[in-house]
Design a protein around this ligand. Structure first.
Ligand SMILES: Nc1ncnc2c1ncn2[C@@H]1O[C@H](COP(=O)(O)OP(=O)(O)OP(=O)(O)O)[C@@H](O)[C@H]1O
Ligand SMILES: [Mg+2]
Length: 177
């Protein structure tokens, strides 16, 4: 799933509602780059996450990662791309992709995720600032209000209505991709 829309319109709150649904059914890994999420375990670097996983296994718990280093986040994409059955939440996903670039292991998760039973929830404000594959490979796309024409056009091409320009705060449109 991809969740988009203006600052403060409800993306993280929506993501938490989805996490609540998935909780206990799959391991949930959250790229919590802004330190906003709650979980069973919090990790501040990739090695700690890996060592914890080796010692304890990956259970149906919520694993929150708050890494300072970009390299650690990139390593985490690599680690997760080689696992299966996970639910992966990526806050501020525009940190890991641009319209013309995507971290290779983020791309693997997106591309082969259905095959490995890896589900993702990617969050970003602007539709036009992330790689199109993120939206295209989602089962569902959700948009809160969008104001810039480029973002509206991008989403209209995916099947959203022009009404996304006029949504009120906390209102969203969801489409099946
Ligand atoms: N449906 C809702 N009903 C009531 N309050 C809400 C709802 N959704 C979000 N809020 C509140 O609005 C504020 C902003 O919501 P949230 O953090 O989810 O926005 P966001 O889109 O993730 O913002 P940002 O782009 O800054 O990350 C929060 O204080 C949240 O508790
Ligand atoms: Mg947010």
């Amino acid at each position: 799933m991809t969740v988009l829309g203006k600052r403060g319109y409800g993306k993280t709150t929506f993501a938490n509602a989805i996490i609540e649904q998935v909780k206990g059914k799959k391991p949930i890994i959250i790229f919590d780059v802004l330190g906003e999420y709650e979980g069973d375990y919090i990790f501040t670097n990739h090695d700690d996450f890996v060592n914890f996983g080796i010692d304890n296994g990956i259970k149906n718990k919520i694993y929150v990662t708050r890494f300072d280093s970009d390299d650690d986040n990139i390593d985490l994409f690599n680690t997760l791309a080689n696992l299966n059955g996970l639910y992966i939440v990526i806050e501020e996903s525009d940190m890991f992709c641009k319209p013309s670039f995507i971290e290779p292991d983020f791309a693997s998760i997106i591309k082969y995720g259905r095959h490995n039973n890896l589900n993702y929830l990617a969050i970003s404000r602007r539709a036009a600032e992330i790689h199109k594959h993120v939206i295209a490979q989602s089962h569902y796309a959700v948009s809160f209000r969008q104001s810039l024409p480029l973002d509206v056009d991008t989403l209209v091409k995916f099947g959203f209505s022009e009404e996304i320009k006029t949504l009120q705060v906390f209102e969203y449109e969801m489409i099946e991709i």
